[in-house]
Design a protein around this ligand. Structure first.
Ligand code: ZN
Length: 867
């Protein structure tokens, strides 16, 4: 069956709504009974039947106002239950049976290592019972969970626990009530045996909130950081937005089988254990960061997502873009560091630009969707956050806050659209955002080209801008959009030149480019300046300006904006990587080598920033700079540049590396920064002198007691295939083989092992007892490690890398369609590559497309990629 697309333009408000639902769920791994009693009301004047969504349900009975319907009273398909004759307001009682144990899709009710849990966003509730499974139907939920309390000491659902009783048959019934009306995608149920970390938070109005963190038995020593992050997030939302938590209890459960990062179910967040469990021995600095941001993200959803939710799934960015923006700001405030911005931009450039240029291109508010799960994308989330950030840039922090206040004043308790959000921002500030709305309608990465002219006589400097958005797979015609450009001008010494202009600049130095072309003239400019045109990455665009090497070096060494410094070096290096790949030159000019060395030895640059400034451009980032790529010459060029820079940086990095060693593990920003710079130095040492690096890696691995440093050692040993690589990997496996979450790091390294033995090794690793294709974390670590990071072997000349991935996808198609649809991404980019790679990739996609049981998820993605 070929799946059909749903269109935003077809949205209709619901014909019925549900005010109240009382659920009774009798837990049994293979035969769970779900009884729902719903108060249903007709909306508007019509005589249409009631049509409910439902999938993989075994219907037991249907009753209206206490009267059983016989089979003539309703009709059923694989996806719907239709009840022809219903009144305007009635009680609907439905009983279904479901099989959680057979549910490997991890959507709906399923088992994670013996614990029951749910994932309902986007359209998973329909796998639990028949319902109006759409976000604009908001009901009050009461949930009674019945099960064996010795097996499931904790039976949890949304809201407050209101009753608990022992039944005659020995089972226990626990009842939960959520006072806030909510869409069913926010429903959650968890039942299992856990260790519990409890704490509390006093809100700014003095209310007491109980905080509970449930983790697998034996993991209490890994729960503290998540709890601390939760309290920080609660305080931050009060300080920055005046937003307080609204229930008496906030629960977080960590589970091992989870498709995504986490889920913001009202009062009962379910988390991938990767984003909860951490201590210094088992987790890296990066893991701790991830926990802080995901804990923050899900908490912030309580207002941006739950209190105000989405009218329909096309509006997903209403909650996701905004909430990612909020978690990014939270992390920036917690670490107080500029490098968060650099890391966020790197994601946009490496991944989002690729999506915008590829077969799945869509605006942050998509217009057409076959499988909603395919639209939890870096475009909706991260580009969505950039769009919110641009409004913040244009309106300033105070103006943005005014907009947020108005948004909540107008829409608390409602299901709304992205337009409603922009309207609130516009109205609260009397700021014209009409052109800005294009960002919600248009896919693709806008390109801004800039030329300039300096007039020495009049001491004026003119910038000429033009913008253009290339056609994308989903749309050919594009219009000009509202692009905020944060500008700075610098003289030859790198000193900032004050900006004098008649053009309107907001927030001091932000120019709004609103039309296809425009010019700005600056006065009293004493010498020809070097412009910085996208400070802080003020818009998610590509900026073209013909910088000289010397100008880029000036920005790299002197600009006060960390992003601009990083961007300047990235541009310089990319320029020569391409020239080498194209055979136009074979070396990096000496003045650039000297410039990079000057940065490495500059004692004034803080360690975290220095680590970023010493990064090479990523392969993905480079691939996104051109229409078509001959991958192997590009990889070779990167190696050339790496080696050349490495020999110049060697002495400096060796000295730095020694200076940066720390006696013990601390988790403050400065210690983290030092470890990150020290890892970067170790990488340069390895590129210049493998035997020297090998010794350092072995020493670091053995002498360190924390995962960050041990994994740094292992990563470098693996990347440069150092002599000790295999023995270190074995040591790690011995130590951690029973800990799946930690073994993910090892699996990922095996996936990206840049070695001729890579394919034989993959087969060996797949046979390990801790590797399970049914566990998304395990599957992702190994498979994406290979196909998204091991460029040389994924793109092996004989196509064997593509074939390996295609085999995994075929298996995952029937196990877990969501994960299959994510992991297939590298193959879908086939048009970016020259022959023979493109043809080999395409051939694999064609085979997958022929599968008889191909999921909706893969149908959409593979179909678009081939189409
Ligand atoms: Zn989210």
């Amino acid at each position: 069956m070929t799946a059909k697309a749903k269109l935003l333009s077809d949205y209709r408000s619901p014909e019925f709504t549900i005010d109240q639902i009382d659920l009774t769920i009798e837990l049994e791994p293979q035969a769970t009974r779900v009884t729902s009693v719903m108060q249903v009301r007709r909306q508007g004047r019509h005589n249409n039947p009631l049509v409910l969504e439902g999938e993989q349900l075994q219907l037991q009975s249907v009753a209206i106002d206490g009267r059983m319907l016989d089979a003539t009273g309703y009709s059923q398909t694989d996806t719907h239950l239709t009840i022809a004759e219903v009144g305007d307001a009635f009680e609907l009682n439905i009983v279904v049976m479901i099989n959680p144990q057979a549910n490997t899709s991890l959507e709906g009710l399923y088992l994670s290592d013996g614990a029951f849990c749910t994932q309902c966003e986007a359209e998973g509730f329909r796998k639990i019972t028949y319902y109006l499974d759409r976000p604009d139907v908001l009901a009050r939920f009461t949930t009674t969970i019945i099960g064996d309390a010795s097996q499931f000491p904790f039976m949890l659902s949304n809201g407050n626990q209101v009753a608990k009783q022992q039944l005659d048959d020995g089972r226990t019934a626990v009842t939960w009530q959520d006072p806030f009306p909510k869409p069913c995608y926010l429903f959650a149920l968890v039942a299992g045996d856990f260790d519990l970390l409890e704490d509390s938070f006093q809100t700014m109005s003095g209310r007491h909130v109980t905080l509970q963190l449930f983790v697998d038995k034996g993991n209490l020593d890994r729960a503290d950081y998540a709890m601390a992050s939760l309290k920080n997030a609660m305080a931050w939302d009060e300080q920055v937005y005046g937003l307080e938590y609204d229930l008496d209890i906030y629960m977080v459960v960590a589970v091992d089988f989870f498709n995504m990062g986490a889920m913001e179910n009202k009062g009962l967040n379910v988390f991938n254990s990767k984003y909860v469990l951490a201590n210094a021995r088992s987790a890296t600095d990066q893991d701790f960061n991830g926990i802080e941001s995901v804990i923050g993200h899900e908490y912030f959803h309580n207002w941006t997502g739950n209190r105000v939710t989405c009218r329909d799934w096309f509006q997903l960015s209403l909650k996701e873009g905004l909430t990612v923006f909020r978690d990014q700001c939270f992390s920036e405030d917690m670490t107080g560091s500029a490098v968060n911005r650099i890391d966020d931009v790197a994601i946009i450039r490496s991944h989002q630009f690729a999506e915008d240029a590829g077969p799945m291109a869509h605006p942050i508010r998509p217009q057409s969707v076959i499988e909603m799960n395919n639209f939890y994308t870096v475009t909706v989330y991260n580009k969505g956050a950039e769009v919110i950030r641009m409004m913040h840039t244009l309106l300033g922090a105070d103006g943005f806050r005014r907009g947020m206040d108005l948004y909540f004043e107008r829409h608390d308790g409602q299901a709304v659209t992205c337009d409603d959000f922009v309207q609130a921002m516009e109205d609260a500030n009397a700021f014209d955002l009409s052109r800005f709305r294009t960002w919600y309608q248009q896919a693709g990465t806008p390109e801004v080209s800039v030329t300039d002219h300096y007039n020495a006589e009049t001491q004026t400097y003119t910038l000429n801008f033009s913008q253009q958005t290339p056609a994308t797979a989903d749309q050919s015609d594009k219009t000009a959009t509202h692009i905020p450009l944060r500008i700075g001008l610098y003289d030859d010494t790198g000193a900032a030149i004050p900006l004098n202009t008649e053009a309107k600049l907001t927030d001091g130095n932000v120019y709004s480019l609103l039309t296809e072309s425009a010019s700005v003239t600056f006065d009293h400019v004493k010498t020809a300046p070097t412009p910085a045109l996208l400070k802080g990455f003020s818009a998610p665009i590509k900026l073209n300006y013909q910088y000289s090497d010397v100008q880029l070096l000036t920005l790299a060494q002197h600009c006060e904006d960390g992003f601009t410094r990083w961007d300047a070096i990235q541009s310089l290096l990319a320029r020569y990587i391409w020239q080498i790949a194209d055979g136009e030159t074979s070396t990096l000019p000496q003045n650039i080598i000297d410039g990079v060395l000057a940065i490495a030895s500059d004692g004034e640059i803080e360690a975290a920033l220095k680590a970023r400034l010493l990064q090479l451009p990523t392969v993905n980032g480079l691939v996104n700079q051109r229409q078509q790529i001959d991958i192997h010459p590009l990889l070779n060029a990167l190696d050339v540049i790496r080696e050349q820079l490495a020999s110049a940086l060697y002495d400096c990095c060796l000295a730095l590396y020694q200076q940066l060693q720390q006696p013990d593990y601390q988790l403050d920003a400065e210690s983290i920064a030092k470890r990150s710079l020290s890892a970067s130095c170790l990488g340069w040492i390895a590129a210049a002198n493998p035997p020297a690096a090998d010794q350092l890696c072995v020493a670091l691995y053995n002498n360190s007691d924390n995962m960050t440093e041990q994994l740094n050692a292992l990563t470098i040993a693996n990347r440069f295939d150092l002599a000790s690589r295999n023995s270190l990997m074995d040591q790690f496996e011995q130590r951690w083989q029973d800990d799946g979450l930690v073994m993910d790091k090892w699996l990922n390294l095996q996936g990206c092992w840049n070695s001729e033995q890579c394919f034989g090794n993959l087969a060996k690793v797949e046979g390990k007892p801790f590797f399970k294709l049914t566990n998304p974390n395990r599957a992702r670590s190994l498979i994406a490690g290979f196909s998204a990071m091991n460029y040389r072997y994924f793109h092996a000349q004989d196509g064997s890398g593509y074939q390996w991935l295609a085999e995994k996808i075929q298996n995952l198609n029937s196990i877990n369609p969501q994960i299959a649809a994510r992991l297939i991404n590298p193959l879908t980019q086939w048009r970016k590559f020259t022959a023979p790679q493109a043809d080999q990739m395409k051939a694999q996609l064609e085979q997958i497309y022929q599968l008889s049981d191909l999921s909706k998820d893969l149908q959409e993605i593979v179909g678009k990629s081939l189409g």
